[in-house]
Design a protein around this ligand. Sequence first.
Ligand code: NAD
Length: 428
Amino acid sequence: MANSAYNPYTIAQEQFDKAADILNLDKASRDLLRTPMKEFHFSIPVRMDDGIRRIFKGFRIMHNDARGPAKGGIRFHPHETVDTMRALSMLMSWKTAVADLPLGGGKGGVICDPHDLSLNEQEQICRGWVRQNFKNIGANIDVPAPELMTNAQHMLWMLDEYETITGERQPGFITGKPVGMGGSLGRKEATGYGVMLCVREALKELNIKPSNTTASFQGFGNVAQNAIELYTKMGGKILCVSSWNQQDMEEISFCKEDGIDLLELKKIADPFGGIDKIKAKDLGYQVIAGNEWIKKNVDILVPAAVENQINEDNIELISEKVKIIAEGANSPTNPKVEPRIHTKDIKLIPDLLANSGGAICSYFEQVQSNMNYYWDKNEVFGKLDQKITAAYISISEFAKKNKMNMREAAYIIAVDRVAVACRERGWV
Ligand code: NAD
């Protein structure tokens, strides 16, 4: 989340500026792409279970839709800020462009903490969000999806509200829906699997077998759990995961030298990816308050929680052994410390690419929903593998050819594609 010292929007703009300089973009293109094209800020009144009315702040930010309808998640978080959403909507424009999807970028959210809300109250927030914003979203305008602390149930409530208002079935209005209710098989796994498909490609380049590697994860939510599943199938061993402890309001790391057991930890995790520390101790985990995950002597680090988690306070804690950092989360690395990561000779797979599996599979869900014809899981995973591997290879080759790192390469490819679309439409 944004705080006084860290503003994700400023960082996103700086990253854009760097790419714009290299591409020598004209002033109009810079002015257009440096800020979102549209912003909607609204209030959502909710009658709470105790009968009292509370007003929640909701947002939808549409950064750019030159390449197609905007696409991006809706977050529920108590520290959500407009600037975080502006930054993330921009990131979505680049992410869809990197994967060469015919989509633009958007992001939305509500300032709230689902931990403190009943299901009924969460449903009212979802329906209220749609009521306040339905004119600005839709299958051919801007398509929302789940994100931090939102899930398939939230998406279905939003879809139901939208269909009630418009009076027609429109499954392509939103993605991340439950399977059988317009959702795509494989969407749940897509972001986490995508992270590991990128790691697989990086390991190929380093000539290392996945089964000879170890990893450590920050976060134990949707992205981390699915990445862990695929990584374990690939033969890798995970020495540590961390999660946010809502009671103590701190990060807690759960480590096991002979490898964590995904299914065992899933059974003692809450729906928000918080792991029960007492039960974990009983299962033989070392339970350590703080960011032990980042200090582990492993080959691969996967930050898969929130922004700004690899920063000036902990960069030097990263072990010499680490060869790959795969950004499962959005913007987990503070740009100030990124040069240090490169001098440590760590291959950094940037968020734009590493967590694009969700956007890719959301696109597949949109396509299936608009056709009302659904593919089997193998078809989805096969297409995901094809798309993300192609994106990985094109970024890696571009980076090598132009002697730059993968984040710079991803930005330049993405910004160029969006700028070309704006130019060809005659916007700049
Ligand atoms: P989630 O809500 O399912 O899980 C988040 C996890 O992070 C939980 O285990 C939580 O305990 C932990 N966490 C939260 N704050 C933390 C902190 N300060 N320190 C340590 N752990 C903390 O979320 P998710 O869907 O897994 O998303 C994780 C990240 O990936 C986010 O940055 C999100 O923007 C990004 N992302 C998600 C998707 C997707 O499809 N879900 C797609 C692209 C990017």
